[in-house]
Structure formats: structure tokens, C-alpha cells
Write a protein that binds this ligand. Structure first.
Ligand code: 5GP
Length: 183
């Protein structure tokens, strides 16, 4: 594979995550929150974000997969992962969301299909509030109108890895966000 190119450095990520944490702390001042991470990509972002939030908070995790097969890594790199639009829940949260301040934590907003599905599903459980935090956002790829409430960086339509994001399950542990060249 061609060499990875750094798009967002670990220093810039740390700075932005601390700003997002401060914003959440301010917005929910005096209240408690549940951070719900979408596995596996959001695990690293959630753990850093949580340490920048100065509130009474708990974690939970959710996992989804797309109906239809995930394309081969080469295909995914070339044209992204355009699912059929149907998302399947493979792991639900462990606690009730009723009357809670829920923040869904995602690695990247791409077509918006996953987050639209998750928001709808959690909204039906009557949370007190429901917000979306996403480290990255590729607005040019959106198929459904969706805005994150706490967004780290808007990025162009590139395939990125690192800081939780994978390519065929690799590179999640890179400290920087890097572009995988499409050749
Ligand atoms: P959406 O439903 O918004 O299209 O999909 C979001 C999911 O697609 C993300 O959680 C992530 O798993 C995957 N994804 C979208 N863009 C990228 C990317 O550039 N790199 C990686 N590694 N995954 C991506």
C-alpha cells in the first residue's frame, strides 16, 4: 500500500477534542450525561472526549452493521461504503435512555445513514436530550440531511484511518488521522 499521509495531527486532535469537551461541559452544566460510543471506530474518540468533559457522566456502547456485505477493502477505499441504507443493530446499550441526556459519539459522519438510524432508534426511547458528537465529518458525501452537534473537523472526501478508524481492521491505533491514497 502507498504511504499514508497525515491529514490531522495528534496535537490538533487533542486541542479540538478538549474544545469539544469544554463545549459539552458548558452546555450540560449541572446535569449528567451518557456518552454512547459507536463501536469500534469511536472508542478512542470517546475515551479522550470523556476525559475532557467535567460532568457526572457514564459510558455505553452500541454496535451496528450494514445489511449487504461490506465491500472489499480496495472497493471501500475507491468509492466508500454505500450501504443499502439499512442498518442493523448488533449490540444495544446496556442501560435505559429514558429521561437521560444522551450524546451519541461517532468517529465520522459520511453518508449519514448510520447516525440517522441510531438517532431515530434512541429517540424512540424518550431521552431528555439527544445530541451527536463526531470527530470527523465528510459533508460532501451526505445522502440524508444530518448535522452533528459537536463536530471536530470537516474533511474532504478522502478515505481516512487512525485514531480509531480502520482499513480492513488495521491502523486504528495510529495517533494521527491519515489519508489512505486511492492511487
Ligand atoms: P455513514 O452511515 O455516515 O455513511 O457511515 C459512517 C461509517 O462509515 C463510519 O462510522 C465509518 O465506519 C465508515 N467510514 C466512512 N468514511 C470513512 C473513512 O474515511 N474511513 C474509515 N476508516 N471509515 C469510514
Amino acid at each position: 500500500m502507498a504511504e499514508l499521509k497525515v491529514l490531522i495531527s495528534r496535537q490538533d486532535i487533542a486541542k479540538r477534542v478538549s474544545e469539544l469537551g469544554a463545549q459539552i461541559t458548558k452546555d450540560f452544566s449541572g446535569e449528567s450525561i451518557i456518552l454512547v460510543g459507536v463501536l469500534k471506530g469511536a472508542a478512542i474518540f470517546l475515551s479522550d472526549l470523556a476525559r475532557n468533559v467535567d460532568l457526572d457522566s457514564t459510558f455505553d456502547f452500541i454496535a451496528v452493521s450494514s445489511y449487504g456485505n461490506r465491500p472489499s477493502p480496495t472497493q471501500e477505499l475507491k468509492s466508500g461504503w454505500d450501504s443499502t441504507g439499512e442498518v442493523k443493530l448488533t449490540k444495544d446499550v446496556d442501560q435505559s435512555m429514558k429521561n437521560k441526556n444522551v450524546i451519541l459519539v461517532e468517529d465520522i459522519l459520511d453518508t449519514g445513514l448510520t447516525m440517522t438510524y441510531l438517532k431515530k432508534m434512541l429517540f424512540a426511547r424518550q431521552p431528555r436530550s439527544l445530541k451527536v458528537a463526531a470527530l470527523l465529518d465528510k459533508p460532501s458525501r451526505r445522502k440524508l440531511p444530518l448535522e452533528g452537534d459537536y463536530v471536530g473537523f470537516k474533511i474532504p472526501d478522502e478515505f481516512v484511518v487512525g485514531y480509531g478508524l480502520d482499513y480492513a481492521e488495521k491502523y486504528r491505533n495510529l495517533a494521527d488521522i491519515c489519508i489512505v491514497p486511492r492511487e
